[in-house]
Write a protein that binds this ligand. Structure first.
Ligand code: HEC
Length: 219
């Protein structure tokens, strides 16, 4: 019995190694071809993310979550095509673009209870004023020099810049939904965001509701 178990065990280990090797091939390839994983997240911020999963697994899980939960819906600039808004790959997750002009805002529509989105969904107007989707890339104008603790505070407590005493995050950032994600998932998402290409883009500060008149439509 003992020998059978041992040889089974050895076989399994060899199989596992082969499996791990096969799994890593797409990453090795994508590392050569794609820009996405060009940056190895080795910052001290990431050292806070303690996990048993290997680095590649962590990034893979993080990319999967960020992509499928739809962070890009608001955080990626888009070009408007015949099929509607399409993500601009080279500006992925870099937020509302600095210097971009807001379309005119029709106050009447807001008074009627509507909430407005800019065409690429990176700016939204509502009773809170205008909010601009943040830069989530690894640049310092994004979250590149954030600690994991900041990311956790931002997502779990809805605090801008992840500062405990900072202002509350504005809509439509759906942090109350994301606040329920597990530690492992948040860590993976943070690791992935830290691995993105740094895109320099200082997103403007929100505009309070009472300042909206200056942006009013001429109609
Ligand atoms: C429906 C639109 C929307 C979606 C979807 C969305 N966000 Fe946001 N997010 C925003 C807006 C708008 C802000 C800016 C809020 C503010 O200024 O208070 C923001 C802010 C943030 C901030 C704070 C940045 C800072 O500088 O303080 C983080 C972190 C963040 N989002 C992460 C994410 C992640 C991760 C996802 C996906 C899991 C996501 N967001 C999905 C709209 C969105």
């Amino acid at each position: 019995m003992g020998t059978i178990n041992q040889s089974n065990h050895r076989l399994l280990k060899e199989k596992d190694l082969l499996y791990i090797f096969l799994l890593s091939i797409p990453f090795i390839l994508s590392g050569c071809q794609e820009k996405n994983y060009a940056k190895t997240p080795d910052s001290t911020a990431l050292q806070e993310v303690k996990t048993d999963a290997g680095q590649e697994d962590l990034l893979k899980r993080g990319k999967y979550l960020v992509t499928s939960i739809g962070c890009a819906d608001c955080h990626s600039p888009k070009r408007i095509s015949g099929r509607g808004p399409e993500e601009i790959p080279e500006l992925k997750l870099s937020g509302y673009q600095q210097g971009q002009e807001l379309p005119a805002i029709d106050q009447k529509v807001l008074e009627n209870g509507w909430i407005l989105f800019s065409g690429d969904l990176t700016a939204a107007v509502g009773p809170w004023g205008v909010s601009f989707a943040a830069n989530l890339t690894s640049d310092e104008t994004g979250i590149g020099n954030w600690s994991y603790k900041q990311f956790e505070t931002a997502i779990r407590k809805g605090k801008y810049k992840g500062m405990e005493n900072g202002r509350d995050m504005l809509p439509p950032m759906p942090w109350p939904a994301y606040a329920h994600l597990s530690d492992e998932d948040l860590q993976a998402m943070f690791a992935y965001l830290q691995s993105t290409e740094p895109i320099q883009n200082a997103v403007p500060a929100p505009i309070p509701r009472d300042k909206l008149t200056s942006l009013q439509s001429k109609k």
